[in-house]
Design a protein around this ligand. Structure first.
Ligand SMILES: C[S@@+](CC[C@H](N)C(=O)[O-])C[C@H]1O[C@@H](n2cnc3c(N)ncnc32)[C@H](O)[C@@H]1O
Length: 353
């Protein structure tokens, strides 16, 4: 949502049980876990409106990006079947779902076992019952299997909004935050794979340099890699500090950007994001019904290159009847209202009949 309104209006929110107010120093809570008003948009709509108006995302929520552009590309119609491959907070799903009614259905996939049940509960509270909405804890690399196990031969609409949600980035306990100290984890599914701390401890300098270049186009990869590889960092703050100390001549802004690129590169590796995206793009044609539409939102060049190439190849082979000529970008208004939308790039394709 980019219009400054609350992610969910108060009457639509499921009730939350009463909890004792957390203690914090000063007038305003600064830590994610203390922002009890933002975590409870039902009772604190005025606070949510203030946070949104300042261009920030209320703690524990996510603002869906390029909603109008995605709806235009996907053109959901009553009776159609859809797969939202990156359900997140359910922001896009809750816009698509009503447009599929009557008779339509949406499968919502996500790998995150912490956020998925919360989003399922929110969507149920909005009235989306199991016959129209199914929450699937699955990697989108396995989309063909998810569709088959839902008893469908294909879907008319596929959406993928890549990367991590604001709930994941902002919660220091998930280990993605460059701003707040937390365990150096970065797993979207903390029940699988290894945290970023383990990856850094076992990787060699040459491999780390390649990873920083491939996953984040990090220009100082060769300088940074030997100073980070093989080291045991316990927290996000320790890693951020090590990156800054490795490049003491950088100004604050460039140092911040470098820390962000290092975190991005590690996150992509920890979650095997490029392999999942490649598998998704390969399987996509078999998932889409004739005339079906797909929209993919990407947030950095490594993702966009893959989507662009897959769609162009599909168009040449006649798998897709049409693809986005140019990448679609967020409007200037959306970038101001929600700065997290700024790097987004939207591509779409239409399956041949
Ligand atoms: C940018 S958020 C999506 C936000 C969502 N569109 C909304 O409006 O709330 C990306 C979500 O995709 C999930 N995700 C990332 N990679 C995934 C994958 N390979 N398979 C399934 N889910 C994935 C993340 O856990 C996260 O919840």
């Amino acid at each position: 949502m980019t219009d400054g309104s609350a992610p969910f209006s108060s009457h639509e929110q499921p009730a939350t049980p009463h909890r004792r107010r957390p203690r914090y120093a000063g007038r305003n809570p600064r830590r994610f876990e203390d922002k009890y008003k933002e975590h409870d948009p039902v009772r604190h709509a005025a606070t949510i409106a203030k946070v949104l108006a300042s261009g920030k995302t209320p703690a524990g929520t996510h603002r869906p990006i390029m909603v109008a552009e995605i709806l235009e590309a996907l053109a959901p119609r009553p009776g159609e079947r859809a797969a939202d491959c990156t359900l997140g907070y359910g922001g896009h799903a809750r816009e698509i779902l009503p447009r599929l009614q009557p008779g339509g259905r949406l499968l919502g996939l996500d790998v995150d076992p912490i956020e998925l049940p919360k989003t399922e509960a929110r969507l149920r509270a909005l009235g989306f019952s199991p016959d129209v909405f199914t929450a699937c804890r699955s990697n989108f690399a396995g989309l063909p299997k998810v569709i088959a196990s839902a008893g469908l031969s294909g879907v008319d609409i596929v959406l993928a909004d890549l990367g991590v949600s604001s709930m994941q980035i902002d919660d220091p306990a998930r280990g993605f935050s460059v701003k707040h100290c937390g365990p150096l984890d970065m797993r979207m599914n903390p029940q699988r794979g290894q945290p970023a701390s383990a990856l850094l401890e076992r990787i060699g300098a040459a491999d780390l340099a390649r990873l920083l270049l491939d996953n984040a186009d990090e220009p100082r990869a060769v300088t940074l890699a030997p100073l980070l590889a093989g080291r045991a960092f316990r927290t996000t703050a320790e890693l951020a500090q090590a990156v800054r100390s490795a490049l003491p001549w950088l100004g604050d802004d460039e140092a911040d950007l470098t820390v962000r690129r290092v975190f991005q590169a590690l996150r992509i590796a920890v979650n095997d994001e490029f392999s999942a995206l490649d598998a998704f793009l390969r399987g996509l044609p078999s998932c889409l019904n004739p005339g079906g539409r797909v929209a993919v939102l990407t947030f950095h060049s490594g993702e966009d290159r893959r989507v662009k190439k897959a769609f162009a190849g599909g168009l040449r082979e006649g798998v897709y009847a049409a693809i986005a000529g140019d990448v679609v970008r967020p409007s200037p208004e959306e970038r101001i209202a929600n700065p997290r939308s700024a790097p987004a790039k939207l591509r779409w394709a239409r399956r041949a009949d």
